[in-house]
Design a protein around this ligand. Structure first.
Ligand code: 5U1
Length: 670
C-alpha cells in the first residue's frame, strides 16, 4: 500500500472505530461483533506500524501511548467544581422543593433525575472536539492533571462526533468501576497477594491516580457525564436534560437512568424505584440527584457556599453497618475449599437483614485481625455476598472476659471428618474427602445441574439435599436413573414439578462437549477453559488421556490447571462416574472455531524454524487470531524458538513466559 492509500484507509478506519465505540459505550447497542471490531483496530495498528508518520495523537490506537509521569501536575479549574447538598429523608426533600419554589416564586418545578454514582468526579476539556486535558476534582478549585489516564478509559471519546462540535467544551462527570470489574480486580490482587481495594470507589480513585497510564489501562474504568463547565459553541442549551442529550449525541456516555420529573412525587417514585433496583445495577450508587431542569432557573437560583441551590443528592441509607461477630464457622464448597463465615448479630444493611458475612480465607482473617466477639463494619455491595470490612479494635476493651477469641482453622472437615490441608501457594484450606464428603458431593451435584453446565432446570439446592439424604442420588450419574415415582414422593414436590424435572433431565442428555467438561467440576476449569479444551481436543477421550505437557499447550491453561485436569482423570471414582454418565449423555460434534482459537494471544518468534519461514509462521498465527510481536514483554503469551534463538529466548525465561519448541508450536497451530 502506498502512503496516500494508507492515509485514506486509516481515516476511514478511525471514523468507523469511533462510530462503533459510540454504538457500544454511549448507546449500549453494539452494531458489530467484538471480533470484527478487533479486526478493524488491528488493521489500523498495522497501517500505523507500517507508516508511523500517519499516527495522530487521538487515533483510537493511542490510548495508552504516554510514558509514566514522575508526579501529577496541579490544574486550576476555571470554574470551581461544586459539591451537592444532601437530603436523607422526604422532609428534607420537601424543604428543598420549598426553597426552590420560594426563590423562583413558582409552585411547580420540573426536575431532572440521575443516579449518584459512587466514583470520583473529573473534568475533561475538549477543544475543537479533541480531548485536550482532564483533571480530578481535587478540592473543587485545584485538581490533578490525569489526562494520560483518562485517555485510557475506552468509553471516553478522544474526539467528539456528530454536528455543531463546540470550540470549547468542559465535561464534568464521574469515573467509576463497575461491580464486576471491581471483583475481578480484587481477585487479581488476592492472587498476587497484594492489598485489596475496600470498595469500587477506592479502586476507581486508586486506578485513576496512577502515574503510569499502562496500569490505569488494565483497570476497567467507566464514565458517565453529568454536566458541563466551560463552553463555547453554537448549540444553545435550555435545560439540563437537553444538555445531557447533546453530550450523548457528541459521543459522551451519560447515565441511562436520566429522566425528567414533573413534580416532587415523581422524584419520590424515582428514588424508590432506583432504590429497589440498586442491587441489580452494574455499578455502585449512593443516592439519586435531582436538579432544576431549566437552566435559566438554575442561574436565577445561584449558589450557597460551595453547593448550587438548584440541585440536591437524595442519599440512600448506608450499605455499611456495624454489628458484632457472634461466631466464626466454616463452610465446605464444591472443591473442598473451607471458607470461614462470620455469624453476625442480625443487622439491616442497604435494605436487607444480614446474618452472615464471608471472611474469604485464613489469610484475610489474619490480615484484618478479625476475632469472634469483635464489633465490625459489614458491607453489602449490590448482590455481592456481604463481607467484613474492618474491625473496630477500640471496642475490644469493652468486651467481657474471654469474649474475644481468635479463630482456629479446624484440622478435620466439619462435615465428613476427613483431613484438612493447604497446598503450597494457595490461600485456601481444603477438605481432602472429595465426593465422599457430603458437603462437596452436594455442591458438585448443584454445579453439575447448573444452567451453564448440564442445565437441568428445577433442581435447586433443597431438592439436591433431599435426593442425597434419601440416598436416591449418591453421585451425578444417578440423576439419570431417577423415576417420576421417586421424585413425586419428595417433600414439596408436586406432580407437575416431578414431570418437569424428569423432562429437564431427559433434555440435558443431549449437550455439548464443553458443557459436559465444565459440568464435571474440575478445579479451576471454568466455562472458558472447558471451551478451550473442547475446541482443542474435539473429543472427550484425548482430554482424559492428555499429559500435563499436552494440556499446557492450550492457550489459557497453565501448569496448575493442567495438573488439576490431569489428576482429576487419575481418580478412580471420577472415571467410574464418567463411564456411567457416558451411557446417558451425548454431545454434538465440536464445531471448529479456527479463526479465533488464538484470540488474545501474543507470540514472539526467535531463531530459525526448520519447517517454515518466520513469515509463514506469522501468517499462520494471525490466521488463527493470534498477534505476533517483535519483542518480549510481560504481555507475551508464548515465545516460539527455533535454531540459535536470540536474547528473546533468555528474556522469556527471565519473565517466566511459556516457550515452545518448533514441534510444540506446530502441535498448537494444528
Ligand atoms: N449525577 C450527578 N452526580 N453529580 C455530582 N450529578 C451531579 N452533579 C454534581 C455532582 C458533584 O454537581 C453539580 C453541581 C453539577
Amino acid at each position: 500500500m502506498i502512503l496516500q492509500q494508507a492515509s485514506k484507509r486509516a481515516d476511514i478506519l478511525r471514523d468507523s472505530i469511533n462510530q462503533h465505540n459510540y454504538q457500544y459505550y454511549v448507546l449500549d447497542d453494539p452494531d458489530i461483533p467484538d471480533a470484527e471490531y478487533d479486526r478493524l483496530l488491528r488493521e489500523l495498528i498495522d497501517i500505523e506500524t507500517e507508516f508511523p508518520e500517519l499516527i495522530i495523537p487521538n487515533s483510537p490506537t493511542q490510548r495508552v501511548g504516554a510514558s509514566p509521569l514522575s508526579e501529577f501536575e496541579q490544574v486550576k479549574h476555571i470554574m470551581p467544581m461544586l459539591s451537592l447538598a444532601n437530603a436523607f429523608n422526604e422532609d428534607e426533600m420537601k424543604a428543598f422543593e420549598k426553597r426552590v419554589n420560594d426563590r423562583l416564586e413558582t409552585e411547580s418545578i420540573i426536575f431532572s433525575a440521575e443516579t449518584k454514582l459512587d466514583g470520583l468526579a473529573v473534568s475533561i476539556i475538549y477543544e475543537q472536539g479533541v480531548l485536550r486535558t482532564a483533571a480530578t476534582r481535587g478540592d473543587g478549585y485545584t485538581g490533578e492533571n490525569v489526562t494520560h489516564n483518562i485517555r485510557t478509559i475506552s468509553s471516553i471519546p478522544l474526539n467528539l462526533i456528530g454536528d455543531d462540535i463546540p470550540d470549547l467544551l468542559e465535561i464534568r462527570g464521574e469515573v467509576f468501576m463497575a461491580h464486576k470489574s471491581f471483583e475481578e480486580l480484587n481477585d487479581k490482587q488476592r492472587q498476587k497477594n497484594e492489598k485489596l481495594f475496600a470498595n469500587p470507589r477506592n479502586a476507581a480513585a486508586g486506578s485513576l491516580r496512577q502515574l503510569d497510564p499502562k496500569i490505569t489501562a488494565q483497570r476497567a474504568l467507566s464514565f458517565y457525564a453529568y454536566s458541563i463547565g466551560e463552553y463555547k459553541g453554537d448549540v444553545v442549551f435550555k435545560t439540563h436534560i437537553e444538555t445531557l442529550d447533546q453530550l450523548k449525541d457528541w459521543g459522551v456516555p451519560i447515565s441511562p437512568e436520566t429522566k425528567k420529573m414533573k413534580n416532587l412525587d415523581a422524584c419520590f417514585d424515582y428514588y424508590k424505584d432506583i432504590g429497589e433496583r440498586r442491587s441489580g445495577l452494574a455499578y455502585e450508587i449512593d443516592g439519586v440527584v435531582f436538579k432544576v431542569n431549566d437552566l435559566m432557573q438554575q442561574q436565577a437560583m445561584g449558589f450557597v457556599s460551595r453547593s448550587p441551590r438548584w440541585a440536591i443528592a437524595y442519599k440512600f441509607p448506608p450499605v455499611e453497618e456495624i454489628t458484632k461477630i457472634l461466631d466464626i464457622e466454616v463452610q465446605v464448597g464444591r472443591t473442598g475449599a473451607i471458607t470461614p463465615v462470620a455469624r453476625l448479630e442480625p443487622v439491616f444493611v442497604g435494605g436487607v437483614t444480614i446474618t452472615n458475612a464471608t471472611l474469604h480465607n485464613l489469610d484475610e482473617i489474619k490480615r484484618k485481625d478479625v476475632r469472634v466477639g469483635d464489633w465490625v463494619y459489614i458491607r453489602r455491595a449490590g448482590d455481592v455476598i456481604p463481607e467484613v470490612v474492618r474491625v473496630i479494635v477500640e471496642k475490644r476493651k469493652d468486651a467481657r472476659r474471654n469474649e474475644i477469641r481468635e479463630f482456629v482453622m479446624p484440622s478435620v472437615c466439619p462435615v465428613c471428618g476427613s483431613g484438612v490441608e493447604r497446598q503450597e501457594g494457595e490461600a485456601v484450606y481444603r477438605c481432602v474427602g472429595g465426593i465422599s464428603c457430603a458437603a462437596q458431593n452436594i455442591q458438585a451435584i448443584i454445579h453439575f445441574v447448573s444452567r451453564k453446565a448440564m442445565n437441568i432446570d428445577g433442581l435447586g439446592e433443597k431438592i439436591v439435599v433431599q435426593l442425597t439424604e434419601t440416598g436416591l442420588v449418591n453421585s451425578v450419574d444417578e440423576l439419570y436413573s431417577l423415576s417420576y415415582e421417586q421424585l413425586v414422593e419428595l417433600e414439596r414436590m408436586g406432580d407437575k414439578s416431578a414431570k418437569n424435572l424428569i423432562e429437564a433431565i431427559e433434555t440435558s442428555k443431549q449437550t455439548t462437549l464443553e458443557r459436559f467438561i465444565y459440568a464435571l467440576g474440575i478445579r479451576e476449569v471454568g466455562e472458558a477453559t472447558a471451551r478451550s479444551l473442547a475446541q482443542h481436543f474435539k473429543e472427550f477421550e484425548p482430554i482424559e488421556n492428555a499429559t500435563t505437557e499436552k494440556l499446557e499447550l492450550i492457550s489459557d491453561i497453565g501448569p496448575i490447571v493442567a495438573h488439576n485436569i490431569h489428576s482429576f482423570f487419575q481418580q478412580k471414582h471420577n472415571i467410574e462416574i464418567i463411564v456411567a454418565l457416558k451411557k446417558y449423555i451425548h454431545w454434538d460434534k465440536v464445531e471448529s472455531n479456527e479463526s479465533s482459537t488464538l484470540e488474545g494471544q501474543t507470540f514472539v518468534i526467535t531463531g530459525t524454524l526448520s519447517s517454515m519461514g518466520r513469515d509463514e509462521a506469522k501468517q499462520k498465527l494471525i490466521a488463527l487470531g493470534g498477534k505476533v510481536s517483535g519483542s518480549v514483554s510481560k504481555k507475551t503469551s508464548y515465545v516460539v524458538y527455533g535454531d540459535s534463538p536470540g536474547s528473546k529466548y533468555e528474556k522469556a525465561m527471565q519473565l517466566g513466559i511459556k516457550v515452545l519448541t518448533e514441534e510444540e508450536f506446530i502441535e498448537l497451530i494444528k
